[in-house]
Write a protein that binds this ligand. Structure first.
Ligand code: CMC
Length: 446
C-alpha cells in the first residue's frame, strides 16, 4: 500500500461502516498515513518497509528479540492456546491422543496430517522398525567418546554423522527421498540414544528387536543383559509411549525453529536434526527435565522447599520446570505426566522426590510471585521423576525428549521446504556499533 496524506486520524472508536481488515499507521515524524493489510490478526513485517522519511531510507523494520511476538511461518501441524492450556496435533487434543493413540500412530499423524488407516499404520510401523539398525561404523564413532561423555553430545554428533552415510538425503525436494530419511531418522534415533547410553556404562550394545513395539524395542536396547528375549514391562512400555506422544511436537519452539532455520539453507535433514537436537540440549528447553531433577536433589527435603522458593523469588535461581513462553496456564502435558508418574511408581516404587516436587508446586501455585507472572509447571517438571524411577540416569533425560521430538522436527522441516513463501532464514539486525573509522597501526594504539 502506498502512503497517503490525510487528515489526522482520531483513534478509539469503531463503527461497522469503517471496519476493514487493515491497520492504519500514522508516522508522527512526517504525518504520513499508511494502511496495511491484516490477515489472521497479523501484519506482514515487510509491509512496514514502505514507512520511511526519505526515499533513500531503508524503511522501517520491526524489532523482536527472541521472536516473542513474531510468526516466522504459517503451520498446520500443532495448535497451542497458551492462555487456556490447550495443545492439539493436527486438530486432535493431546489428552485424547495420550489416552487412545500410540507414539508411532501420533508420529504418522503429525507427519501426514491424518490418522493412518490400519494398512497405513502397518506399513509405517514396518518401515520404521526396519530402519532401526545403524551402520557398524557408528559404533566405532561412539568408541571415540570418553566414558562419561554426555549422551546428548553423543546423540548430536552421531545423528549429524548419519548424513555422511546417506548422501542421498541431500535430495531434499524428492518426496521419496524425504520419506526414506524419515523412516531412517524416526527408526534410528532410539538406537543412537540407546547405544550412547550403553557406551556410558561400558556395556556391549544391544541390537534392535523387530518383534517389539517402538518403545519396547528402545527399552530392550537400553536394558537387555543376558536374557535371550527381552520382555519389556508393559506398564513402563506404555508410560514411555505416552511420554513420547506428549513430546512429539510443540510448534515453533527453540529446536523446531533451529530445524527450520538450518533446514532453510537446504542442508540434508540429518544435519538439520543435529542442530535441532543441540537446541533442545539447553536447560531452558529440553535440558530442563535434567535440571529439574538436579534441582529437586539440591533441595533435598520438603522442609527446604520454602528456602529454595525464597531464593527463586530473590532472582538467585529459577524454579526449573516452571514457566513457558506460550503457556500462561497449566501445561496440559504436565497434567498427563503427573498422572502417568503414579502408574510408574506402582511398578517401580514411589520416587521420594515427588514429595519435594509437589510441595514446590503447592507453594508456587499460591505464591504471588508465580501467580502474577503466570508461572505454572511445564512438561519437564514431572517427567524427570518418571525417568528416574524407570532407571534412567539424569543425563539421559533430554535424550528421551529428543527421540519423540524427531517426528515433529521432520514435519516442521518438510512443511518449511514445501511452503512457497519460505526462503533461507536470514533475519535483519539493528546495527548500533561503530561508524566507519580508520585502521590504527598496532604501534599507535594506546
Ligand atoms: N522460575 C522463576 N522465575 C521465572 C521462571 C522460573 N522458572 N520462568 C520465568 N520466570 C520469571 C522471569 O524471571 C520473569 O520475571 P520478571 O518479569 O520479573 O523479569 C518472568 O517470569 C517472565 O519470564 P521470561 O523469562 O521473560 O519468560 P520467557 O518466555 O522468556 O521464558 C522459559 C520461558 C521457559 C525459558 C522460562 O520460563 C524458564 O526459564 N523456565 C525454566 C526452564 C524450563 O522449565 N524450561 C522448559 C520449558 S517447557 C519445555 C521446553 O520448551 O523444552
Amino acid at each position: 500500500m502506498n502512503p497517503t496524506k490525510s487528515a489526522p486520524v482520531t483513534g478509539g472508536g469503531t463503527s461497522a461502516e469503517v471496519r476493514r481488515d487493515t491497520l492504519t499507521i500514522i508516522d508522527n515524524r512526517n504525518g504520513r498515513l499508511y494502511e496495511i493489510p491484516v490477515k489472521h490478526d497479523t501484519i506482514r513485517a515487510i509491509d512496514l518497509r514502505q514507512i520511511k522519511i526519505h526515499e533513500t531510507d531503508f524503511g522501517m523494520m520491526s524489532y523482536d528479540p527472541a521472536y516473542a511476538n513474531t510468526a516466522s511461518c504459517s503451520s498446520r501441524i500443532t495448535f497451542i492456546d497458551g492462555d487456556k492450556g490447550i495443545l492439539r496435533y493436527r486438530g486432535y487434543s493431546i489428552e485424547e491422543l495420550a489416552e487412545k493413540s500410540s507414539y508411532l500412530e501420533t508420529a504418522y499423524l503429525i507427519l501426514h496430517g491424518e490418522l493412518p488407516t490400519k494398512a497405513q499404520l502397518a506399513n509405517w510401523s514396518y518401515h520404521v522398525t526396519h530402519h532401526t539398525f545403524i551402520h557398524e561404523s557408528i559404533k566405532k564413532f561412539l568408541y571415540g567418546f570418553h566414558y562419561d561423555a554426555h549422551p546428548m553430545g553423543m546423540l548430536i554428533s552421531t545423528v549429524a554423522a548419519l548424513s555422511t552415510f546417506y548422501p542421498d538425503a541431500k535430495d531434499i525436494f524428492n518426496p521419496e527421498s524425504r520419506t526414506k530419511q524419515t523412516y531412517r531418522l524416526v527408526g534410528k534415533m532410539p538406537t543412537l540414544a540407546a547405544f550412547a547410553y550403553r557406551h556410558s556404562l561400558g556395556m556391549p550394545y544391544a541390537y534392535p528387536d523387530n518383534d517389539l513395539s517402538y518403545c519396547g524395542n528402545f527399552l530392550n536396547m537400553l536394558f537387555r543383559t543376558t536374557e535371550l528375549k527381552y520382555r519389556p514391562n508393559p506398564t513402563l512400555e506404555h508410560a514411555l509411549d505416552i511420554l513420547f506422544i506428549l513430546h512429539a511436537d510443540h510448534e515453533q519452539n527453540c529446536s523446531s525453529t533451529a530445524m527450520r532455520g538450518v533446514g532453510s539453507s537446504h542442508v540434508d535433514p540429518y544435519s538439520a536434526t543435529a542442530a535441532a537436537t543441540a537446541a533442545l540440549y539447553g536447560p531452558l528447553h529440553g535440558g530442563a527435565n535434567e535440571a529439574v531433577l538436579r534441582m529437586l536433589l539440591e533441595i533435598g527435603s520438603v522442609n527446604n522447599v520454602p528456602a529454595y522458593i525464597k531464593s527463586v523469588k530473590s532472582g538467585e535461581k529459577l524454579l526449573m520446570g516452571f514457566g513457558h513462553r506460550v503457556y500462561k496456564n497449566y501445561d496440559p502435558r504436565a497434567r498427563i505426566v503427573k498422572d502417568n508418574a503414579y502408574e510408574v511408581f506402582d511398578v517401580m516404587g514411589r520416587n521420594p522426590l515427588i514429595d519435594i516436587a509437589l510441595e514446590c508446586e503447592r507453594i508456587a501455585l499460591e505464591d504471588d510471585y508465580f501467580v502474577k507472572r503466570r508461572l505454572y509447571p511445564n512438561v519437564d517438571f514431572y517427567t524427570g521423576l518418571i525417568y528416574q524411577s524407570m532407571g534412567f540416569p539424569v543425563t539421559m533425560f533430554p535424550v528421551l525428549f529428543a527421540i519423540p521430538r524427531t517426528s515433529g522436527w521432520i514435519a516442521q522441516w518438510e512443511e518449511m521446504l514445501l511452503d512457497e513463501e519460505q526462503k533461507i532464514s536470514r533475519p535483519r539486525q539493528v546495527y548500533l556499533g561503530q561508524d566507519l573509522r580508520s585502521y590504527i597501526p598496532l604501534e599507535h594504539r594506546s
